[in-house]
Ligand binder design. Structure first.
Ligand code: ATP
Length: 255
């Protein structure tokens, strides 16, 4: 299968810490790819390099033939790559629908003056955004929460609002950073069901960083394992669960 994203020799240092050390991986188009590893292994740093938040010291990230490491962050998003963050990063005082619409406003193809004067083009674009936001909320089974304030909702719902916000730009590739963190077992099952349906219906490729191994093993088609910034293993969930080096890195505990 063709890779939609290719990471090659990605290296980044923070002072004396080598957070990623010549890390490479290929994400097959249409996969749900899990990036796992112990705390501090470099998983979020990898997402930050892919999404343009960090500039790597060395290496390349190619997405659909474009080199991402030289693009500004908004340029990466415009190519069709979207992400969520490890800690829920929503506007707590805004309702759910407005939080989701924020995801699309950054892509409004209108001038500052047009926006200030609320030109017909701006109004048409805003209607389009509201429509996309409602579609994303429906896809995440959040329509009933659209007018509720984010701060009053359980963390499981807040995670799904973040995913809806990332989806509103209609990405080809979605990076999810610990989407199951802080969720109850029931919420994790519901999240899994929602993601599998999105994957099926929207043909969306996803890369998931996650510590919840039950979720990872049941949801991902392929896995790569990072440890101290280096790739320890890559393969199917079954291969990874039986890999001696991986079991060792996790002290034999969680797999
Ligand atoms: N901005 C930064 N400045 C300095 N060090 C950093 C920075 N970002 C990451 N690091 C360091 O890089 C290493 C990898 O961190 P990273 O957050 O990528 O790990 P992780 O695998 O996502 O961990 P976790 O599972 O705990 O979230 C750690 O040693 C971390 O302290």
């Amino acid at each position: 299968m063709n890779p939609i994203l290719s990471v090659r020799d990605l290296t980044i240092r923070f002072g004396g810490v080598v957070a990623l050390d010549a890390f490479s991986m290929d994400i097959p188009e249409g996969s749900i790819f899990g990036l796992i590893g112990p705390n501090g292994a470099g998983k979020t740093t990898c997402f930050n390099c892919i999404s343009g938040l960090y500039r790597p010291t060395r290496g390349s990230v190619r997405f659909g033939g474009t080199e991402l490491t030289r693009l500004p962050r908004h340029g990466v998003a415009r190519l069709g790559l979207s992400r969520t963050f490890q800690n829920v990063a929503l506007y707590p005082s805004l309702p759910v629908r407005e939080n989701v619409m924020v995801g699309a406003h950054a892509r409004l193809p209108v001038s500052m003056l047009g926006a200030a004067l609320r030109s017909p083009a701006v109004r048409a674009a805003e209607e389009e955004i509201a429509h996309s936001a409602d579609a994303a909320l429906a896809a995440l089974r959040l329509s009933a929460y659209a007018d509720r304030g984010v701060a009053e909702l359980p963390v499981g719902i807040q995670h799904r609002v973040e995913i809806a916000r990332a989806l509103v730009t209609r990405p080809k590739l979605l990076l999810l950073d610990e989407p199951a963190a802080g969720l109850t077992a029931g919420e994790v099952d519901e999240l899994r069901e929602v993601l599998l349906r999105l994957h099926e219906e929207m043909k969306l490729t996803m890369v998931v960083v996650e510590h919840n191994m039950r979720f990872v093993m049941k949801t991902c088609s392929d896995l790569a394992v990072l440890s101290f910034g280096r790739k320890l293993a890559q393969g199917s969930p079954e291969d990874i669960a039986n890999d001696a080096a991986v079991i060792d890195a996790y002290l034999g505990g969680v797999l």
